[in-house]
Write a protein that binds this ligand. Structure first.
Ligand code: ACM
Ligand code: ZN
Length: 498
């Protein structure tokens, strides 16, 4: 069956068809199935050009949602299609929404027919995400909503919004209005509330990322007094790793970090807040009298300790708001607060084997960085990350799941975005949802060739799944495999200097 992501449970297909007819009837749902029912109605109207009608419970109906009362696994659902009609079974709004995602792929939009079948399904990993970098290239609100629709069609459940970086601060903070008073584009709190509500209906949690204490030039351009040198700073363009950091020796700079975290925790309902912590050159702290005096006061021997102290302190600030902090894996070690979740992007960086017994989110550089070209990460590499994840010793203990990432230094338009995302995000979605025993790249590629017809409401631009340039891939991988520490990464061409 051409389903993405492919189901994990039993799938039975019969030769008969159920035909919806011009005016299919849908049983008026009980809560919590009303949103999924609206979605089915909208799909039949817009995609299949049918005229669905709602009928009262107990009346004959072509499509009905039913509570399972069987204690299905989290996010699980079942579908039963027979010559008498279609039953979508779930325990929760989430399960019903995912039943709809599968159901819409079963419908032939031209004939309005559905193969008779039985499908039982639930996900392999609980954390299935897309990271969107909204800093290097600002992403308009309507486009974020479209990406939420696309992600939810693929049964992803996390949208990680990278909101601040050297090249832009994209979220309004009441306590520090100058962060967004330049002409740069940003999200108001009202914008964020809209995104969060839209995502929540589609079972997507928005995880905000406020990257600190590095990747911080945009903040320091507005508030240079929170830097080690006092500035002035101009917001850079393009890619790079910059030396300017939040100064941990100045009390008002620490207060800044705490207040920003407080406001962001209050705005986003997610239980998690991502605080970055990646790619931090320590040179400014080494040269800063305030940072050095803070280190002496706290009896620290080096700047790594200062960084760890800051990370643990910010984790406490978030904890008081009921939130758990996520950091990139660059500096995490066993002395970081055990509640801190580690997102592993650079498996060579110190930390990937010494992060301690903490929850992990996996986003390996050469599998999930969808901003890299298809020649560096072909669809099969993104797809087979599912096998890598399932073979990892942390799979059974601490791995929550994975995210696929779209950094945007070199990606500016909707078409470029889509060509980087597809089909690889679909491949990633299947890697995260589907058990390795059911992974089949050939089947996936065929099923994805139908995505604009069966999976997405409006068509996406996509790259051919076999587009790849082996010589360049080979050179880059050879460098990667030399086990050198990665000190510099280029968002365009992969690791260029090590
Ligand atoms: C990263 O790519 N610096 C997370
Ligand atoms: Zn300093």
């Amino acid at each position: 069956m051409n389903l993405i992501p492919y189901p994990n449970g039993e799938v039975k297909l019969s030769p008969e068809l159920f035909v919806l007819g011009k005016e299919p009837s849908i049983e008026r749902p009980d809560e919590p199935f009303s949103f999924a029912t609206d979605q089915v109605q909208g799909w039949l109207t817009e995609k299949c050009h049918l005229v669905p009608t709602l009928v009262e419970p107990g009346q004959p109906a072509s499509i009905r949602f039913r509570k399972s009362n069987r204690n299905l696994p989290d996010e699980g659902y079942a579908i039963y299609v027979s010559p008498d009609g279609c039953i979508l079974e779930a325990d929760s709004a989430t399960g019903a929404f995912y039943a709809f995602q599968t159901f819409k792929q079963l419908i032939d939009p031209k004939k309005g027919s559905i193969p008779c079948c039985e499908i039982h399904d639930s996900p392999s990993f609980p954390w299935r995400g897309l990271l969107l970098d909204a800093t290097r290239t600002f992403c308009p609100l309507s486009e974020i909503l479209r990406l939420i629709d696309l992600s939810s069609s693929l049964k992803l459940n996390v949208l990680h919004l990278h909101l601040t970086d050297d090249q832009g601060w994209r979220i309004a903070i009441e306590a520090y209005p100058h962060l967004t008073d330049s002409r740069a584009q940003f999200y108001t709190k009202e914008d964020i509330r809209k995104v969060v509500a839209y995502a929540r209906e589609r079972n997507i949690t928005i995880i905000p990322e406020i990257d600190m204490p590095g990747h911080f030039v945009a903040a320091l351009a507005s508030y240079p007094q929170f830097s080690c040198t006092g500035g002035p700073f101009t917001i850079p363009q393009g890619e790079g790793i910059f030396s300017e950091l939040l100064c941990l020796g100045k009390d008002e700079a620490l207060l800044f970090a705490k207040q920003v975290i407080g406001e962001v925790c209050d705005l986003f309902p997610a239980k998690f807040i991502h605080l970055g912590g990646d790619e931090i050159p320590l040179i400014r702290w080494k040269e800063c009298p305030d940072c050095q005096s803070r280190m002496r006061e706290l009896g620290m021997k080096d700047e790594k300790e200062l960084l760890r102290w800051f990370a643990n302190a910010m984790a406490q600030v978030a904890k008081k708001k009921g939130k758990t902090v996520i950091f990139w894996n660059d500096s995490i070690d066993t002395q970081y607060d055990p509640s801190i979740v580690c997102q592993v992007w650079n498996p060579l960086s110190s930390g990937s084997n010494t992060v301690g017994d903490r929850p992990l989110i996996m986003s390996h550089y050469f599998r999930t960085y969808l901003n890299l070209s298809h020649s560096i990460i072909p669809t099969r590499e993104a797809y087979h990350y599912g096998l890598v994840l399932n073979d990892d010793p942390t799979r059974k203990t601490s791995m929550k799941g994975s995210e696929y990432l779209l950094w945007t230094e070199h990606i500016h338009t909707r078409k470029e975005r889509d060509k980087h995302l597809f089909p690889r995000l679909g491949a990633g979605a299947e890697a995260m949802w589907t058990d390795p025993s059911h992974l089949d790249l050939k089947r996936f590629c065929h099923a994805f060739s139908l995505c604009n017809e069966r999976l997405f409401l409006s068509p996406v631009a996509r790259t051919h799944p076999l587009a790849a340039n082996p010589p360049r891939l080979y050179c880059t991988l050879r460098r990667f495999l030399q086990h050198q520490q990665v000190r510099y990464n280029s968002k365009k061409s992969g690791i260029t200097k090590s």
